[in-house]
Design a protein around this ligand. Sequence first.
Ligand SMILES: Nc1nc2c(ncn2[C@@H]2O[C@H](COP(=O)(O)OP(=O)(O)OP(=O)(O)O)[C@@H](O)[C@H]2O)c(=O)[nH]1
Ligand SMILES: [Mg+2]
Length: 691
Amino acid sequence: MASQGTKRKRDSESSDSSIESPLTTVSLETLSTSDEASMIRDIISKINQMDKVNRKATIGIFGKSGEGKSSLLNAVLGKADLLPSGCFGACTAVVTRVEANLEDSKYIAEIELFSKEEWEKELKDLFTVLSDEDETHELFDNAVEKITALFGDDAEKKTLEELKKVDKFAEIETFLSFSKKISKSDVSEFTSEIASYIQHSESSPGDWYWPLVKSVTIKIPGCHELLKHVAFVDIPGTGDCSKIRDDKWKSTLRECSVVWIVSDINQAITNEDSWGILKQCTTELGPGGECKRINFICTKTDDINPPAYIRSARLTRDQLTGDKDQDKTVCILHRNEHAKKRVKGKFEQSHIKKIFNTDNDFQVFTVSSKAFFDTKSNLEPNETEIPNLQDDLRNLNEDITRELTRDNVNKAKGVLYLIQSVQPDTDKETVKMKDQFKESLMKALNELDSRFDNIYSVLEQCLSKGVEKAVKLCVASTKAMIVPNNGRGFHQTLRTLCRNGGRYFPKSRKKLLDLNKALAENLHECLEEDFKQIFPVSGQTGKSVQEEIDKFSVIQSDSADFRSSTLNHIQKFIKTEETKLKALLNREVVEMKKDIYSSIQKTIENEMASCYEKAVAITGPGSMKKRQELIITTVDEKKQDMFNKAKNEVLKKFNNLKLYIKNELESGLKKSMKLSLSQSSKIIDGRLQRD
Ligand SMILES: Nc1nc2c(ncn2[C@@H]2O[C@H](COP(=O)(O)OP(=O)(O)OP(=O)(O)O)[C@@H](O)[C@H]2O)c(=O)[nH]1
Ligand SMILES: [Mg+2]
């Protein structure tokens, strides 16, 4: 629960009493306890901070290389050349985050580089791959690409020792020790400067830095309406075998609340890559993440051969005009309609829909980024559908603004009720209120406890089934992954898999090999259905943790229970504080559930770690076979213990979640009650007199 602790700490840190405003002139010395003082400061500071609070939804853009992801993002943001596109071969080399610069009118890039140690390890790995005879393996190509991008042509033919002597080597070492930030007023200057950090290009080898980059964040000015509450992540179409890059990729997926799948319209149905990439990520996005919506975006709609299309779609004369240009538009729009129907149909049938649980939140767009910028195009701007996507973005921003406004109104209401609650006028009623409060708090907490225990039992049952299944099937699934029928070139793959702690990330993400994920699969599968009900990414299921939190209340009715209007104000204050607390907890639950879900695979990873290390150390003739045997024997020996540990870890984390929620509700509400019943009048009186 450490992460939640930190989060909370940050909240109270932000309520620094040094923030000056008319409200902070309240004399805080009049308070008797530090608790109360800190709570008042907290409330005042939160009111002052209302405008500054920002919440962002992350939109992940997925798709094969060359499908038009970066061009699409440029079009949606109305900045034709912001992100590099249209290179020969793969173009975007690193995960690129794009968000608004809300501070000034500069274009800013914050570049996260490898640490010196990480780079040394990566370089050593690259040279191990290069020393291998097998030049046909994609790992070999990947290593050559990186070394030549940084050190120039033929650098890969040098040994690591030789390379260490060239000037560029020392230059790179120094380069890595500084954090990198680019800030420019002019967009084209900015674009050319960032290119060497995010763009993959075969021209001018030796001038590129992308192999050293973990990720890039770009902040652009003047896009408040589209980006105030949204951050885009342009995810490169090709993978990278580096573990560091892949970990970044995975953690980005868990953040996405919206996904855009991008596919060239001509292959939208048959394109197994776009669907395949998505399939690979469903665990991280769905149960392990927070994805609520998917937009499938067919790109390059302007790219059409009208005579061929008329023939294949059997368009009749009635549908055509006889004018060449107009008929091109007819064909484009006809194909758009057709693609929308087909893609929707495919999604309805797919396993992806089941995992995401998105009944209404799947939309198909058919866009042309090129025509959007081309004033002479056959397509009207709205026929390029880029404006539709912009509207979609505006709606998402407005939804978040509304959510923040609701939170802010609640915060303001809390303070108003507190101000109205002057010293209780009859002691008897105060005592009655205190007693009632204590009693209903205990009752509500007990009820919550038992409802959480029911959820715990559901989880326990699913996981026990999963353990049983995993124990039965794990050896076979291990063999299926690490002893392929065609073993040619596999020893490189297996060695990399062991070096990366059980994972191998090929360039095409479709064929990802992740032994830990495969071992966790049966547990995930048995858990999936109930987990979705317990932690839905949106909506109500009747069984969710979020709904249990919502049901919790210490104030049973909205009606006035007390003769004194003061006590009724206090009651309203507590209710408002309770609503705020529950909204915050519901947001924290999303992070906790990601942690719970991913703990299955993490436990397996940890259990298998020493086996992978031993396997990497095996050298000499027959090493591949020895590695395979070692892994299979380890899985077989550890299976019972390993899967039970994974199960217990989930249950332990769920129990911690329960304790955390109960504790936050109890301490938060007691604090509010204490504050409203004790010194509030003094503070308010003091402030009113001063004003
Ligand atoms: N005709 C046409 N071409 C487009 C359109 N959008 C992109 N392209 C072209 O498609 C190619 C690839 O576009 P990118 O935006 O670089 O593709 P990407 O998906 O970002 O590729 P990676 O960065 O390699 O993952 C470029 O040559 C673009 O000019 C479009 O709407 N119409
Ligand atoms: Mg790109």
